[in-house]
Ligand binder design. Structure first.
Ligand SMILES: C[S@@+](CC[C@H](N)C(=O)[O-])C[C@H]1O[C@@H](n2cnc3c(N)ncnc32)[C@H](O)[C@@H]1O
Length: 256
């Protein structure tokens, strides 16, 4: 029954329009995908003009293909920008079963991996219907998917640091993206960033501090569920990469 209505929805809208072999159709007892099958280059240039099949507006987008159980008024309220292979996103979705969570990922194969992981878990565990992923460039297309004052939480976990000065313009956090995110957050909504690069932390923090609609929340003022969230942020795929324990820098800002 679910498959039939899902297939009907899917015949109208495809998750990855440019990837012919990719399909969302559920297969019973699917085992989890292995990330080695989704090997891809390390970076995609976010300044490149690529067609991601983005909608003209959030309301014209076919959300039911991502969230087949959603009610008519449900909207994404938690966003993970640059979600990578999705460990954090999936863990957070268990903490927020009554919210819709969306990962945005610019690397197509990585987004496909996350999508297949979610589909496989839905098939085998009948859970994770509140979480999905979109292959897109969040630096350009946030507003194509999200409306003003829609979001409760936005995460930017371990954004690519782009160490060379001439590549700083590729860093995700800048005046425009912070201004967009501030508009998309509802009052008291929060933006969280974490990185192991001190310079990048200072960079991220300074752009958020300059935005008139955001105020910093100090780590000492954080309570649950934020303390649990911070602990998850310190255990993303990127956080756990390598053998040396990383020093991690966190910023949390709130919409006023
Ligand atoms: C260093 S990884 C961190 C992944 C994940 N957040 C984690 O902590 O494990 C940065 C991710 O952001 C993605 N990314 C970079 N720029 C992006 C953009 N403009 N829009 C969406 N995703 C982006 C990259 O492809 C990569 O998967």
């Amino acid at each position: 029954m679910l498959n039939t209505s899902l297939n009907r929805t899917l015949s109208r809208c495809s998750l990855f329009p440019h990837h012919k072999n990719f399909t969302l159709i559920s297969k019973p007892n699917l085992s989890l995908p292995r990330s080695v099958k989704f090997k891809t280059r390390q970076h995609v240039n976010p300044l490149k003009n690529t067609d991601y099949g983005q909608p003209s507006s959030p309301s014209s987008y076919c959300w039911s293909k991502h969230f087949p159980h959603m009610k008519e008024d449900d909207r994404v309220s938690i966003l993970d920008i640059g979600c990578g292979h999705g460990k954090f996103l999936l863990e957070l979705s268990r903490m927020y079963p009554d919210h819709l969570l969306l990962g945005m990922e610019i690397r197509q194969k990585v987004a496909q991996f996350v999508d297949e992981s979610i589909q496989a878990r839905r098939d085998t565990e009948s859970k994770y219907f509140n979480v999905s992923v979109i292959w897109t460039n969040a630096m350009r297309y946030l507003r194509s998917y999200i409306s003003e004052q829609q979001l409760l939480k936005v995460f930017i976990n371990f954004p690519d640091p782009y160490f060379k000065r001439r590549q700083f313009k590729r860093r995700f956090v800048n005046q425009k993206t912070v201004s967009d995110i501030a508009d998309l957050l509802r009052k008291d909504g929060r933006i969280y960033t974490i990185t192991d690069v001190k310079d990048l932390h200072d960079w991220n923090h300074s752009f958020m501090a300059k935005n008139p609609y955001l105020e910093p929340v100090s780590e000492e003022d954080l309570q649950q569920p934020d303390l649990e969230i911070l602990s998850l942020m310190k255990q993303t795929d990127e956080a756990l990469k390598g053998e040396i324990e990383k020093e991690m820098f966190i910023s949390v800002f709130q919409k006023i």
